[in-house]
Design a protein around this ligand. Structure first.
Ligand SMILES: Cc1cc2nc3c(=O)[nH]c(=O)nc-3n(C[C@H](O)[C@H](O)[C@H](O)COP(=O)(O)O)c2cc1C
Length: 373
């Protein structure tokens, strides 16, 4: 694996990624006129601005069914491997991930889809493995969702079989508890015969253990109120990975509202998380977690008070403020952040023009690598 093959292997100490742009409304449950519609032209424009502007990666969400409400939050979504392949064809430097539900993708098909995407991107495809969350998505697919622990056991076999398909030169059998594959062949291999960056964002102990065994990067929530705790978590994860002979980095996620002044950013964030909210979609999301009017005292207040918590970790302010928060995350040992925006095309230029140069001045970003296409 050569250093200039992957943007994610570049020397930037703190990597920036765009999160959720394959889904309508991204990650903010809003009904604002400028909300993200996730149409292809906008996605392509976003990726080009990101690629040329120094963003390191793009991370989609594996979503198959929306949450309803006025906007059917995340109801319009592109499948992520094909979406990534298209974006890789239009970019030169950044890594684009596919977020792949292990139980929904036959491993033989997934292995080849990933190889195809990786060749189109000349080694810039990344794999985010998810095991499934929302029951209605499984009902819609006709596939039975497994018990929580079994989901990761299955994923373990799934990724092991796929890695074999990426690496084995001779036909092989794969006969385990869940997968029984006979006389498997797979050509071509990955671009330059290496592994794509593999990530996982499980929050449970089982999910974390899976990530330690199979992934190069893991996601955790940043605790601003207790940066020391975040730092301890990151240090522990890295040392647990080392004990297994592996190198792993830890990333976090959030939502950015960056405006020329702090006041403008705070006013917009307030608007986004009050008047701008699609509350019916929030109710749809809560229903999935079995939080209903019937079983929740003060339900209306609960729903009203949920934003902005549901938006992801908020990074709100002027370019100086946003840079400062990224610096604090880096100081906690985090290797980067995947963040969402209300409108990726409208809001990205200010980040590229004003935040990235500040990060460079702070030593958290190096000049971009030359194009590898
Ligand atoms: C950054 C991030 C991205 C995620 N992306 C998805 C996704 O696209 N689709 C999905 O079903 N779950 C997604 N998840 C959920 C996780 O994969 C995981 O299932 C969840 O955090 C619960 O952890 P557990 O599986 O260990 O219980 C994501 C979580 C995080 C923090």
């Amino acid at each position: 694996m050569t250093a200039n093959r992957y943007q994610m292997y570049n020397d930037n100490p703190f990597k920036l990624g765009l999160f959720g742009a394959n889904c309508s409304s991204g990650r903010a449950i809003n009904k604002l006129p400028e909300r993200w519609l996730a149409d292809w032209d906008s996605c392509e424009t976003m990726a080009k601005i990101a690629d040329e502007g120094g963003i390191d990666f793009i991370l989609p969400i594996g979503r198959w069914k929306g949450y309803g409400g006025k906007t059917d939050f995340q109801g319009t979504t592109f499948e992520t491997i094909t979406w990534a392949t298209g974006l890789l064809a239009h970019t030169k430097k950044l890594t684009v991930f596919g977020t792949v539900h292990a139980p929904l993708f036959n491993p033989m098909v997934a292995a080849k889809q990933i190889v195809t995407a990786d060749h189109v991107g000349r080694g810039r495809f990344g794999l985010n493995i998810v095991v499934g969350w929302n029951e209605p998505e499984f009902q819609m697919s006709g596939i039975q969702q497994r018990e929580h622990g079994d989901r990761y056991e299955y994923a373990e076999e799934w990724i092991s079989a796929i890695k074999k398909m990426w690496n084995e030169k001779e036909p092989f059998d794969f006969d385990e508890d869940y997968l029984h594959l006979k006389n498997v062949v797979a050509k071509p291999k990955l671009h330059a015969d290496s592994s794509p960056l593999i990530i996982n964002a499980g929050q449970s102990a089982t999910g974390r253990a899976f990530a330690l065994r199979h992934c190069h990067a893991f996601f955790t929530n940043f605790r601003e109120a207790d940066v020391k705790k975040s730092a301890e978590f990151v240090a522990q994860f890295k040392s647990d990975a080392k004990a297994l002979g592996r190198d792993a980095n830890v990333y976090t996620q959030g939502h950015v509202v960056c405006r020329p002044s702090r006041k403008e950013a705070e006013d917009y964030f307030h608007y986004l998380t009050t008047e701008g909210v699609d509350y019916e979609a929030i109710e749809g999301l809560l229903q999935l977690k079995n939080i209903t009017r019937e079983n929740t005292p003060d339900y209306d207040e609960y729903v009203r008070n949920l934003p902005p918590k549901n938006v992801g970790y908020p990074i709100i302010g002027s370019p100086d403020d946003v840079t400062e928060k990224f610096i604090r995350m880096h100081a906690a040992g985090l290797s980067g952040i995947a963040f969402s925006l209300v409108n990726y095309v409208d809001e990205l230029p200010l980040i590229v023009d004003e935040v990235i140069p500040r990060l460079r001045n702070a030593g958290l970003k190096t000049p971009q690598l030359p194009n590898n296409a």
